[in-house]
Write a protein that binds this ligand. Sequence first.
Ligand code: PMP
Length: 427
Amino acid sequence: MPQPATPPSPFDAVPAGAAAAAAAGAPRPEPTERFAARTAGMTASEIRALFAVASRPEVVSLAGGMPNLAALPLDALAAEVADLVAREGQVALQYGSAQGVPALREQICEVMALEGIRADPDDVVVTVGSQMALDLVTRIYCDPGDVVLAEGPSYVGALGSFAAYQARVVHVAMDEHGLVPDLLRDALGSLAAEGITPKFLYTIPNFHNPAGVTLAVERRAEVLEICASYGVAVVEDNPYGLLGFSGRTYPALRSLSRDVVYLGSFSKTFASGLRVGWALVPPAVRDRLVLAAESASLCPPSFTQMLVSRYLAAHDWRAQIKTYTEVYRDRRDAMLEALATYMPEGCTWNVPDGGFYVWLGVPEGVDTKAMLPRAVTARVAYASGTGFYADGFGSRQLRLSYCYPTPERITEGVRRLAGVLGAELDV
Ligand code: PMP
C-alpha cells in the first residue's frame, strides 16, 4: 500500500524571503530588540535587587516586607491541607470560575464587613494576591500616557504596574495624617488646567506602605468628594487595615462610597505564599475585570482559595490576626526604641499605629540610595526612598520594616544603620 504523503510541518516551512535574507547574512534583531515599547518601564525594583544580599544571615534585613509566619499554626494547617485533598481533591485540583470560588467570595464579604463595607459576593473578583488585582485594574483603566494619582511615596509594586502600562504617576504628598486633601485638590486643579483628568487616585489609607501613616478619618469623605468632583475614580489598596496596634479599625473608603474599587489580601492576615487577594468593584466594572483576569490566568488557583475558605470557616482567624498584631506591635516598639536610642541628630521618623513600616527622613548630605551598599557592608539593609517614587524623589528618605526580624535583630540592625548614617554625616 502506498504510504500517504507526510503533510508539511509548519515548523519546516521557512518563508522564501526569510531564507534568502538569512543566506545573505542580514542582521537579525537581538531577542531584546523585539520587546514591546511598554517593557521599557519595567525596571527591577530596588528592593528585589537587594534580596540576594539582604537575605545573607549576617545581614539584618530591615528592607523587605515579609510577613512573620512563625505565628501560624502549621500543624492545624497541614491537617487542613490533607483533608482538602482527601475530601475535595477533585474540585480543589481542577480549574474553577474566573471570578473565584463562590463560598470564599461570601467569606471575603464578612472580612470586609469588619471595616464597615457592605458588599455583594457577586462584585468580588478573587485574584492571585492583590498585586494581580492592581495589575488588572491598571490594565482595564490605563492607556499609555494616562495619568494616575498616587501618594508620594507609594507602594513599589503599584508603581511597577503603572509603569508596565505606561501610565504617568503624579504624586500627592502626605503629612502625619495621610494624604493631604488640599494638595490633592491642587494637583487635580493643575492637571485640569492642562486638560488632563487622571484615571484614578491610587491610595493606601491604612498603615501605609512605605510611609506607615493612616489617613485621618475626617479626611476620608473629603478625599472621595474631591475625586468625585473631578470625575476621578478611587482605587483603595488595603492589605494592612486589620493590623492596627490599638485594636481599632478605620472605615474603609469603600464603606463611604460604592464607587470605590477596593483591593484586599490574605497575605498579611493569613499567609502571603497562598497568593489569595481580591478586588471589590462596582458592578459596572466587574465584567471587564473578570475578562481581564481570565486572559491573565484563566482562573485563580482553586486549591489555595479552598484552603483559605476552610481556614476562615474552621479556625479562629480573628484570634490569628490579633496574634499577628501583637507580634508586630512588639517589633514596632523595638524599632522605635532603637531609633530613639541610636539615630543621629536630624533624623526623623513616624510612629506607625499598625502595619509593617517606619519611614525615616535623614539629614541633608545623605543619599539613601548611594549609602545602601555601605549599609550592606555594615550588615544592615533597608529600602531606599527612591524606589517609592516614580519621579526619582526620595533620596533623603528610607523605609525600615520591622515585620520580619526578631526584636533583638531589629535593635542590632538599627544600631548598625545609625553607625552608617553617623559615618556619612561625619559625626
Ligand atoms: N499593596 C500593598 C500596599 C502591599 O504592601 C502589598 C504587599 N507588599 C500588596 C499590595 C500586594 O500584596 P499581595 O499581592 O501579597 O496580596
